[in-house]
Design a protein around this ligand. Structure first.
Ligand SMILES: C[S@@+](CC[C@H](N)C(=O)[O-])C[C@H]1O[C@@H](n2cnc3c(N)ncnc32)[C@H](O)[C@@H]1O
Length: 264
């Protein structure tokens, strides 16, 4: 396809992702490329790896994994249910980039075992957990399809300015005018969700918190006036899929039993 026709066709699609299609053509995504996710990608060796991209949307992270040498990429999404208009743009970028990623636009993360693969080396779980009513179920389903020693990249919303372990649930109190947001965990809570799903956190990128004396006074004043809003930030973490004894977990869920060495 010549460049002008490619640009013309590109503009007929709805782009969330900003994807470099080559030849100086970049998709007009509503979301800028997340630099923290890119940093996480730099920490992972993709060459020859089997990769799962959950909630692929327009496919940016699937194509990025391929660019970095992934051997097999599975890109899943749950579009009929979620009603995101991502699919035509994914297919267009897939064609232009000559991608070999296998696309499953209608596979719920909870049903990921239907792929029939249980040895993924890398799972990309970015921008998804807070859209799920059952993020813990999703994490255990993802652990089940991964190799022990595999890596998961988790990205999403957290309350970064809080050391307590809690999550807020958004059903009637809609978050950011988006009814697809269900949960926001505190930083500690997200860590514990991930760790209790048989992953060990290896690295994370969290926004810097301004904890200066002046900020604390300002927060205190806002609390007194009933105007305090917890700050929602984005986090990226890399965690390794593990099998381990877990002192804290007395009655293992059947889904996770195989990851307790002494129980299986
Ligand atoms: C905010 S977008 C994130 C897109 C991309 N992963 C990224 O980080 O840029 C959320 C994506 O999750 C998908 N999604 C939501 N619920 C899902 C589910 N139950 N199973 C699989 N994908 C889901 C949506 O369709 C959408 O593509």
């Amino acid at each position: 396809m010549d460049r002008d026709r490619l640009v013309q066709e590109m503009h007929t699609y709805n782009w969330m992702h900003t994807i470099d299609l080559g030849n100086g053509v970049v998709t007009p995504g509503k979301w800028p490329v997340n630099q923290r996710i890119l940093k996480a990608f730099q920490e992972i060796d993709f060459s020859g790896k089997k990769v799962l991209d959950v909630g692929t949307c327009n496919g940016l992270w699937s194509f990025e994994a391929e660019k970095r040498g992934a051997a097999d990429v599975y890109s899943i999404d749950y579009l009929t249910h979620v009603n995101y208009w991502c699919s035509p743009a994914f297919k267009f970028a897939h064609k232009v980039l000559g991608s070999r990623a296998q696309y499953y636009p209608d596979l719920n993360v909870y049903d990921v075992e239907q792929l029939g693969i249980n040895d993924f080396d890398v799972v990309i779980f970015c921008g998804v957990y807070y859209h799920l009513k059952n993020p813990l179920l999703a994490l255990s389903k993802l652990r089940k399809v991964m190799k022990t020693g595999g890596m998961i990249i988790v990205e999403g919303s957290i309350y970064s300015d809080d050391k307590d372990c809690y999550a807020t649930y958004h059903y009637k109190n809609i978050l950011n005018h988006d009814k697809s947001n269900w949960w926001v965990p505190s930083h500690r809570c997200l860590r514990e969700w991930v760790e209790s799903s048989f992953f060990d956190i290896r690295k994370e990128w969290v926004p810097e918190i301004n904890n200066s004396f002046v900020m604390r006074i300002k927060d205190m004043m806002k609390r007194i006036m009933g105007k305090y809003d917890r700050r929602v930030d984005r986090i990226v973490m890399i965690a390794e899929a593990v099998r381990r004894h877990d002192e804290m977990y007395r009655s293992p869920d059947p889904d996770l039993l195989e990851f307790f060495p002494e129980e299986s």
